[in-house]
Design a protein around this ligand. Structure first.
Ligand code: 13P
Ligand code: SF4
Length: 376
């Protein structure tokens, strides 16, 4: 491991009895080479926007299609999804909805792994995306061939991968997790005496390891949006708003997570905004989530957590460049042409379905257990 990598990781760690983090130097190099596109938000004049929305509504009906959007997409896409019988949610819930919905075509406004997950769970459906270049730095930071070689070096370990991975990486995994269920699942596996490989998010992995003390070897990719949140700036902003609650997505660095009142998936953060009896919130996640937060809590104030750099110098400026590739123009285009279909090799698709179905079943059992406890 390079000195820089090891120093950075050690600074993030709290002294727990967990084993040292394992980081492959080659992966650190790949991350530095990662090309992050600029965040370009679609700008439309009012007439074009009205015309596109009318055209998309017509095409959704004609093509027997349903629009499923992530919380980080634009307000226009989120509102259109909800107005047309589609859905807006986090990555796990989007996959669940896709399975329940009866349309023959799903249009996934999000990033590629979300489209792939929809296809893996619904092979009989046509899955389209407004832009197939909509990647994710976690997915890009975990190439399937390198990850497979890493797993092969540790055959005794259970392989747990985050949803933000390619179909091929999922096909090498025993379990898929999302941020909403990671702690529960890792504790469950540790109770069965299992040691883990965790990929690809090193921040979420370090957080899970710190909370659970479980023996985990961590892959070392990161989210370019969440990695940019800064603890120093957050401390200052919190001092200026002493009554504010701090909401943090666990893809953020550990020292930012340490300042949180609530750490959770995008859905958990929306629920915290709705339910906590505070008036002001400081939010460390993609600012696309503010639209839903303002919808569910219109009288509350949401402040962006500080990031490294400003305007021209920040990497993503708290908005995912790949999520921003979804717009009304390219959505109308794919509905018209049927382009940008997600296609996955059948063997990979079938193998990748196993750990995702395991996750869905585990999530369902947990939900029933919580409901049962509440009834008792
Ligand atoms: P959720 O699973 O919480 O929706 O997060 C997905 C994501 O990409 C966060 O950056
Ligand atoms: Fe990936 Fe980060 Fe974008 Fe989420 S916000 S899709 S983790 S790059």
């Amino acid at each position: 491991m390079s000195a820089v990598a090891s120093e950075r990781i050690m600074r993030d760690r709290r002294p727990v009895q967990a084993p040292p983090l394992v980081v492959d130097e080659r992966i650190m190099r790949d991350r530095r080479l990662l090309q992050v596109p600029p965040t370009v938000v679609e700008m439309l004049d009012a007439d074009e926007q009205v015309a596109l929305i009318a055209r998309i509504k017509r095409l959704l009906v004609e093509r027997d299609a349903t629009l499923v959007a992530h919380y980080y997409t634009s307000p226009e896409l989120q509102e259109l999804a909800e107005a047309t019988g589609g859905y807006v949610s986090d990555s796990l819930d989007m996959a669940r909805f896709g399975t329940d919905c009866t349309s023959s075509t799903l249009v996934v406004a999000g990033v590629r792994f979300m489209g792939e997950t929809a296809k893996i769970l619904n092979p009989e459906k046509r899955v389209l995306m407004p832009d197939l270049q909509a990647e994710c730095s976690l997915d890009l930071g975990c190439p399937a061939d390198e990850f497979t070689a890493f797993c092969d070096q540790h055959p005794e370990r259970t392989v747990v991968v985050y949803a933000n991975t390619s179909a091929a990486v999922k096909a090498r995994a025993d379990w898929v997790v999302t941020s909403g269920i990671a702690l529960d699942l890792v504790r469950h596996l540790a109770e069965r005496g299992e040691k883990l490989i965790w990929a690809p998010d090193r921040h979420l992995g370090a957080y899970v390891q710190r909370e659970t003390g479980v023996d985990m070897l961590l892959w070392s990719a990161a989210c370019v949006v969440h990695e940019a949140f800064k603890a120093d700036g957050l401390r200052k902003l919190r001092a200026a708003h002493p009554d504010a609650k701090v909401l943090v997505h666990p893809e953020s660095p550990l020292d930012v997570i340490a300042l949180a009142d609530v750490v959770g998936s995008t859905t958990a953060l929306v629920e915290a905004a709705r339910n906590l009896p505070a008036h002001t919130f400081i939010v460390a996640t993609d600012n696309g989530l503010f639209h839903k937060m303002k919808q569910v809590a219109p009288d509350k104030i949401f402040l962006e957590a500080p990031i490294a750099g400003k305007s021209a110098t920040c990497v993503s400026c708290a908005h995912c460049p790949w999520m921003a590739m979804n717009g009304l123009r390219n959505l109308a285009q794919v509905l018209e042409t049927g382009d940008n279909e997600i296609v996955i090799d059948a063997a990979i698709r079938e193998r990748a379905a196993l750990p995702i179905r395991r996750l869905l079943q585990f999530a369902q059992q947990r939900k029933q257990a919580v409901l049962g406890n509440n009834d008792a």
